[in-house]
Structures are given as C-alpha cells and as structure tokens.
Design a protein around this ligand. Sequence first.
Ligand code: PMP
Length: 308
Amino acid sequence: MPLTPTAKIWMDGELVDWDKATIHVLTHSLHYGTAVFEGIRAYPTAKGPAVFRLKEHIARLFRSAHILDLDIPYSEVEISRAVRDTVRASGLDGCYIRPLVYLGYGEMGLNPLLSKVAVSVAVWPWAAYLGEEGVANGIRLKVSSWARHDSRSMPTAAKATGMYINSSLAKVEAVRAGYDEALMLTTDGFISEGTGENLFLVRDGAIVATPNSAVGALEGITASAVRKIATDLGYPYREELTRRPDLYLADEAFLTGTAAEIVPVASVDDREVGSGKPGPVTQAIQQVFFETVRGERDEYSDWLDYVG
Ligand code: PMP
C-alpha cells in the first residue's frame, strides 16, 4: 500500500509540509544505515487519539541512539511533544508514528562522530501490518534461511535502520514463497523473532516467551504489554529458549509488534499450529490488548498518552 500523505512532518523543531520534508542525497545515514528509529501507534479513543506507550518508545529510541553513539540534540520530553504535535497536526484519530534519528549532510566516511544528528517525526494512516484477515484468522509463517544477526556483529538491542537489511531479506524470501511473514532463528538454531515482531508460544495453557535479548531479538514494547496482560489474566508465563520443532508442536503461537499488533500464527512451514485457527489464549490476550489501546481498560490507562 502506498503511503498516504498527512499534513506535517516534524523536522528538527519545526512542523513542515509533508512534501517539503526532504533531505540531501549525501545524507550520511542513507549511505551507511546509521540511523535509529521507532514505530509507535496512536489509537482512536473516546477522548480523542491516544499514543500507546509513548514514554517506553521514546526511551528505547534514546537507548538505540546511545548504542550507536548518536547524541540526540533534544530531550525525551521534547521528542514526546514532537510526536503529540505531529499526530495533532495530522487530524487523524489513529495513525502509525515514525520518529527517526539520523546523521545528516555534511561529512562522509564511516566515522559518524563528525556528522550532525538530525531528528524527524512522521505519521501516516497504517492498517494492520499483516492484514485484518491475519489479525482475525492467523497468518502463514515460514522459518527463514536468513539467520538473525549475531550480537557479536550487530547491536541487536538497537532499533537501527541498517539492521533491517536482515529483516528485509527474510521478508522478501517469505513473501515470494507465498507466506505472510518470516521467522528468523539464531545462528545456533534458537527461535529469535519475526522480521518486525516478537514471537510467543502457548503450550498446555502456559505462555512460553522467547528470551528476546538472549536470541538477538528486539525487546518489544508490545511484548512487554502482552507479558503484563497475560500474567494479569492468570496464565503461567515463562521465558525459554525454543527451537523450530517447538513451533510445530505448540498449541498456539502469536506474533506481537507495534505495526502488526497481535497476530495469531495459523501455520509454520505449512504445518498447522494447534488447530490452525486462533486459539483461546491468543484471542483472550488480543481482546484485552485491543480494548486497552482504545482506552477501554482502566487498569492499563497509564499506557496511553492523550494527544489533546
Ligand atoms: N522485532 C523487530 C525486529 C521489530 O522491528 C519490532 C517492531 N519494532 C519488534 C520486534 C516488536 O517491537 P514493538 O512491540 O516494540 O513494536
């Protein structure tokens, strides 16, 4: 789906028109992948648009920048305000939000310390990333031939643009082969994550989560919400290293991510997971999650930042 332009993009302190939000072709990060970013969602609620877990996303953006040695010339409060301002300017009830911290035009060469750090925040309408049909009925997943980055080669805790070559290769391979999404293993064969989602299994009524940092997966903010929701619902919850057959033998499996939200896995490598339909545990967690983001669950109201 092509991007739908919105009114304004925040660029280094100013809201500029969508069409004017351009940069030079010699922008450092375009050449070396040295940018960090976030993916955040705002949802429609009875009190207007609300940003889900804004503080946690901005904190992760700053952690990613720290890992890459990028010094963001704004505070977390200023970037959070930029997010709310950009959402408000769009006039949208719900949208996807993309803050980006990048090295701008000025210096070339691999030493990033010489380039100016720039920040932008764009928003656009984005339907469920893996489709409404996927959220409702489950997706077809394929284990990728591309292994997830090894943390000795790439700082897997950082959400950095260059890292996404790995995800992009895996995604294209899976889509070309007729699947919805790819799942990457570590170089040691442990389950890591999807191209933009964390993975959960359900076995004998218990949630088995992937120990994300140990397997080079991003520490998902949706995943941490799911951990809280699942334990509050009373499901036993544990983190465990898992391998490919564990997926085939799970009763249920689901992916979590800001863009994807919570998506049941119907099959993996053409083998049905459980009944091949969204299972009761996945559906219970989905229901609480979607009520939460729409501002309908008081117990999780501190996860929402109203745009006002
Ligand atoms: N893993 C990867 C590689 C991702 O890009 C994302 C999306 N940011 C996730 C996991 C899920 O993270 P979150 O729930 O914070 O969006």
